[in-house]
Every structure is written in structure tokens, then in C-alpha cells.
Design a protein around this ligand. Structure first.
Ligand code: 3VV
Ligand code: UBL
Length: 294
């Protein structure tokens, strides 16, 4: 009986390993579980240190350091284009597309000093994760109560100017794994206009090559982050916000469309250079299936 139990215990990890190797779905589940566990573990370990400082944007450095290694675990290569656009003195608002929780990996890759994200209030209730977010100065809004959300944003506008604070907003307001961006919420643009600070749009390339929560697929791959030229808001007033929102969204949508194309081309070139496959002269679609089927 004991021998049987021992064998069982030895076989269990082996079976799990085999399953991991053979089943992309199981691999996906493990990788996503690890992502969440890592965040909970880091928040639990680091919050006590962050608490020494109290609630402070300086704790964003800890948060960043805690999340930076994730890309290595997953074999995701991050390429940043246009990082020099972030070399700005003074406050500004970053707007970025939002595909999945994985965006945190891209965010920590480029987030400048003294920059905090705006997040949904629900994150506050995630135990130590909520505590870590609060200690890092993350700004919480209640998406179901527009008035209070707008109040928080107005308050943020004056804090930005007084404390040289940068703010990161996902203007789609929710995760969107689709191929195009959702309509933008206007809060980020009201914020920039109220504070009279520039807007820096950031576009993270689509994850389809290596990640899809719908298809339960999570492999290694390359992600490109493009920082677009800043948009000035000096002299603009609230009545200009709808047009401002649309023009920024348009620029980001164009960049996203371009990146979905060129990302594929880059990888095809890399593959043929490495002799991994020759995609030349083949329609883009076929190359895709070949790669995704790997
Ligand atoms: C110590 C270290 C340890 C380390 C451990 C690691 C732990 C790490 C874990 C985690 C890291 C953190 C991760 C953060 C990431 C989280 C991401 C998210 O949560 S994304 C969801 C929240 N984001 C948003 O929702 C966007 C912001 N939202 C908005 O801007 C909306 O506009 C909002 C909520 C203010 C209102 O939303 P509406 O749905 O009502 O839609 P609208 O169309 O935008 O607004 C309606 C009307 O209100 C006006 N309006 C909006 N904002 C205004 C304003 N500020 N002032 C005046 N009017 C405003 C608009 O102009 C519009 O009016 P007219 O149609 O133009 O007449
Ligand atoms: C002792 C502590 C125990 C607490 C256990 C709680 C488990 C928490 C598990 C994982 C924490 C991962 C937090 C990742 C934060 C990701 C930020 C994010 O991307 O939020 C989604 C939000 O933008 C849009 O939300 P919706 O698409 O509208 O929904």
C-alpha cells in the first residue's frame, strides 16, 4: 500500500509535466495561474516594505521591479519604439490600448518615473494586491459612478501639476482582446486638458501570436510597444475634448493596424534568416497558420 502511494506521488509530477508538454490548454492554465500567483506573492512580500514609505508614487518603482522579470519567465521579447517621446520634463497623460492583464508587462517596460495608472476600484479588494496598488499611489475610480469618477479625475488634474505626476490611462476603460480598439472614454482627455499637459499615446502590438484567452493559448513571442509623438493640449478647453479624443484614437488605431502587419513581417524575415521556414512569396495568412500551429 505504502509503495503504491509512493509510486503515485512520484508519478503525479511526471504526469503533470507530460500534460504540460502535450496540452497547450494545460500550459495556458499553468502560465495564467503563475502570472496571478506571482502578482499576489510579490504584493504580499513587498507591501510591508512599501508601507514604510506610506502611500507614495515612489513605490511604483517596487511594483515595476516586481513585474519586470515576468517577461523572461514567459519568453516574451519586448521591443520598444519611440521611447525618446517619453523624455519629457513635467507632467503628462499616457493613453494606452488595453488587451489583457498581460499589458502590465508592457506597462512596466516603458512606464516613466513618477507615473501612476488609473485603475478600476475593484482592484482594491484583491487583498494584498489591492494594498500594494494603494501604497503605490494608483488612482482608483468607480466606473459605475460617473460623478465621483469625474471628481477623482479633476482632483488628479491639480495633483499632477503640483506634484509633477504623470498618469497612465487605458481609455478603452476595459480589457479588449479584439483586433480593433473600443471607443475611448473621455476621462483621460479631460484630465490632460484640465491640467493643460501633453498626451503621450502608447500602442502595444496585438498578442495573437503568443496569447489568446479565448483559444487558451500562451506561447513565447515578441511584443512591440510603440510610443507615438505627444499631442499638446495647451489652450484647449473642454469643448475640444471630443475632437481631441477622436484624433488621438485615430492615430493609435493606425499605429495598431500598421503594427499588426509589420510584426508579422518582421517575424517572417527573422524566421527565414534563421532558416526556420521560408515565408517569402507566400500569402501572409499561410505563414500565420504555420507559425501558430507550431
Ligand atoms: C509595492 C509593489 C508590489 C508589487 C505587486 C504588483 C501588483 C500589481 C498589480 C496591478 C498593477 C496596476 C494595474 C493597473 C491597470 C488597471 C487597468 C484598469 O483598471 S482599466 C479600467 C479603469 N480605467 C478607465 O475606466 C479609464 C478611465 N475612465 C474614464 O475616463 C471615463 O471617462 C469615466 C469613468 C470618467 C466616465 O465613463 P463613462 O462610461 O461615463 O463614459 P464617457 O463617455 O467617457 O463620459 C461620459 C460623459 O462624461 C464626460 N466626462 C468624462 N470625464 C470627465 C471629466 N473628467 N470632466 C468632465 N467631464 C467628463 C464626457 O465628456 C462625457 O460627456 P459628453 O458625452 O462628452 O457630453
Ligand atoms: C492574500 C491575498 C489574497 C488575494 C487573492 C486575490 C487573487 C488576485 C489574483 C490575481 C491578481 C492579478 C491582478 C492583476 C491586475 C490586472 C489589471 C487589469 O488588467 O485589470 C483589468 C481591468 O483593467 C479591466 O477590467 P475589466 O476588463 O473591465 O474587467
Amino acid at each position: 500500500m505504502d509503495v503504491l502511494l509512493l509510486h503515485g506521488l512520484l508519478l503525479l509530477p511526471l504526469a503533470a509535466l507530460l500534460l504540460y508538454r502535450c496540452s497547450p490548454h494545460f500550459q495556458y492554465l499553468c502560465k495564467v495561474a503563475f502570472f496571478n500567483c506571482w502578482i499576489v506573492a510579490m504584493a504580499t512580500l513587498l507591501s510591508p516594505f512599501a508601507a514604510f514609505r506610506g502611500r507614495s508614487v515612489d513605490n511604483m518603482k517596487l511594483l515595476r521591479a516586481a513585474l519586470l522579470p515576468l517577461k523572461r519567465f514567459y519568453g516574451i521579447r519586448m521591443r520598444v519604439r519611440g521611447a525618446e517621446q517619453l523624455q519629457l520634463q513635467g507632467p503628462f497623460v499616457i493613453v494606452c490600448n488595453h488587451q489583457a492583464s498581460l499589458d502590465l508587462m508592457g506597462m512596466v517596460e516603458v512606464i516613466p518615473e513618477r507615473c501612476v495608472p488609473i485603475a478600476k476600484r475593484e482592484l482594491l479588494y484583491l487583498g494584498t494586491v489591492g494594498w500594494a496598488c494603494w501604497l503605490s499611489g494608483i488612482i482608483f475610480i468607480d466606473r459605475h459612478r460617473r460623478d465621483t469618477a469625474i471628481e477623482v479625475i479633476s482632483h488628479t488634474a491639480s495633483t499632477m501639476r503640483h506634484e509633477n505626476l504623470r498618469v497612465w490611462v487605458f481609455p478603452e476603460g476595459t480589457r479588449n482582446p479584439g483586433k480593433s480598439m473600443l471607443p475611448f472614454k473621455r476621462g483621460a482627455f479631460h484630465l490632460a486638458v484640465q491640467a493643460q499637459v501633453p498626451i503621450v499615446p502608447i500602442v502595444i502590438s496585438p498578442y495573437w501570436d503568443f496569447f489568446s484567452s479565448k483559444e487558451k493559448r500562451f506561447t513565447s513571442g515578441t511584443c512591440t510597444i510603440r510610443v507615438l509623438p505627444r499631442v499638446e493640449t495647451r489652450g484647449l478647453s473642454p469643448k475640444d475634448v471630443p475632437e481631441l479624443t477622436e484624433s488621438v484614437r485615430q492615430a493609435m488605431a493606425e499605429a495598431l493596424a500598421e503594427m499588426s502587419m509589420s510584426d508579422h513581417e518582421d517575424q517572417a524575415t527573422e524566421q527565414s534568416l534563421l532558416g526556420l521556414g521560408d515565408n517569402r512569396g507566400r500569402p501572409q495568412g499561410q505563414g500565420d497558420t504555420a507559425r501558430n500551429g507550431k
